[in-house]
Design a protein around this ligand. Structure first.
Ligand code: FAD
Length: 402
């Protein structure tokens, strides 16, 4: 069982392959695309750095990211990663995926993985046979770390769609993007619009990844250019940043991207990264979850027991679950209500919890604020709305948990 065939040499596959290879396993990564393209997934979270550092990822030239700005109407708020609960990592990077993914492949090769360029067309966990466009491979265990199509999960009947997040998105790259007063260079900006949000991920020199995510409640329609123009009309902040910016890449469309799998492992197979579970990207959690999942999956795979893999799966789901909870609060408006509230109306653990979540600190049991914040966000948001109507209501710091 020490021979692994991993489907997909994205960040998750390369990190998993590297950890396994370092521990002496034989790993073949099968990757369909020889030259990675610019894809979504460009804003990194600081806590991914534990994996970057352990495996030696080269981050030279990527724009350093110290925080995130959230805007709604005329209001905006900035969170700096240094405000997290006991922060270990206070910055991350904005990465062009066509460069980032190649560097991950270098990492995997350096740690002893073989990368085979071919598309996986069939896989049988019972026999370990993997069919590819360039022949058949034999694996002790087959791991799918391919993309959001969740190919193996679908094939095995494990994919579970998330009916609450049937969202779609359009994304491109633009030049001439401006920063505003609150921004520090490298910050990601998220502008909330009715039923959706706009992302602006800067790469330096006015170039940025720009996109719009739309929930079914969003009224934007028409061509990507029309939906983008409609989104700008809904956000004065986005208009100031993007007015006059020019598109330099074609629009890419994505849809229905939130789903999970009923199990992440079974006899002869495993699933990690987007191929196992993917949640809405509003907090840029995708790469972090894939990398942290890979880091803890490797020892469980080497152990090979169901108990070890079950324990890994439980931990992996728990971290993703904290993001999932807050994402629900995002789409009903609670997140922005809380984020924009004056500091004196919030308990200190709330802001710390939000920043720790934005930093991706969801896998350290010593950090209590992200979980507490996620559990209490709805309560605090209701209270803040009540105070907006009745200023004599007790302040939020007088109610709720200590
Ligand atoms: C709109 C949107 C915005 C996002 N923004 C962010 C963000 O800002 N930050 C962030 O961290 N995440 C973001 N994400 C999520 C992020 O893109 C993914 O979570 C991340 O890329 C997952 O990495 P991965 O290695 O698991 O999968 P991928 O990056 O998808 O890599 C999978 C690899 O598998 C290969 N592959 C697939 N099928 C096969 C096959 N059959 N045979 C061989 N090879 C195959 C693919 O070519 C690819 O190289 C966003 C997602 C969306 C939809």
């Amino acid at each position: 069982m020490k021979d692994f065939v991993i489907i997909g040499a994205g960040p998750t596959g390369c990190a998993l392959g590297s950890y396994l290879s370092k521990a002496g396993a034989k790993v073949t990564l099968v990757e369909a695309v020889e030259r990675p393209e610019s894809v979504v997934g460009e804003s990194m979270l600081p806590c991914s750095r534990i994996v970057f550092d352990e495996l030696g990822l080269d981050t030279t030239g990527f724009l350093v990211k110290h925080g995130a700005v959230f805007c709604q109407g005329d209001d905006s708020v900035r969170f700096d990663f240094s405000e997290a609960e006991d922060p270990v990592y206070t910055h991350a990077w904005q990465v062009q995926r066509e460069v980032f993914d190649l560097r991950w492949r270098d990492v995997a090769t350096r740690h002893g993985c073989t990368i085979q360029y071919a598309k996986v067309t069939g896989a049988d966990p019972a026999t370990g046979k993997v069919e590819t466009t360039s022949g058949t491979l034999q694996a002790g265990r087959i791991i799918d770390t391919g993309d959001r199509t969740m190919w193996l999960s679908q094939k095995l009947g494990l994919r579970v769609a998330d009916p609450r997040l049937k969202n779609s998105a359009i994304g491109t790259r633009m030049t001439g993007v401006k920063a505003l007063g609150l921004d520090q260079p490298g910050d990601i900006t998220i502008c909330s619009i009715p039923g959706g949000w706009i992302w602006i991920i800067p790469f330096g020199d006015g170039v940025a990844s720009v996109g719009v995510v739309m929930s079914p409640a969003c009224t934007l329609s028409g061509s990507p250019d029309q939906r983008y123009a409609g989104a700008l009309a809904m956000s004065s902040d986005a208009r100031q940043r993007l007015g006059g910016a020019e598109r330099i890449f074609p629009w890419r469309g994505l849809q229905d991207f939130t789903a999970t799998s009923s199990t992440f492992h079974g006899p002869g197979f495993g699933l990690c990264g987007d191929a196992a579970t993917f949640i809405d990207p509003v907090f840029s959690s995708g790469v972090l979850l894939g990398l942290c999942g890979a880091r803890t999956m490797a020892p469980a795979l080497l152990d090979g027991s169901t108990a070890a893999l079950d324990a890994w799966q439980g931990t992996y789901r728990e971290g993703a679950g904290i993001f999932r909870k807050v994402i629900d609060h995002w789409y009903v408006g609670d997140f922005m209500t809380v984020a924009l509230a004056p500091a004196k109306l919030q308990k200190p653990y709330f802001r710390r919890g939000i920043v720790s979540l934005l930093a991706g600190d969801v896998y350290n049991p010593a950090r209590t604020s992200p979980r507490r914040m996620a559990d209490r966000m709805g309560e605090l948001a209701s209270h803040l709305r009540m105070m907006a109507v009745d200023p004599d209501a007790p302040s939020a710091s007088e109610v709720g948990p200590a």
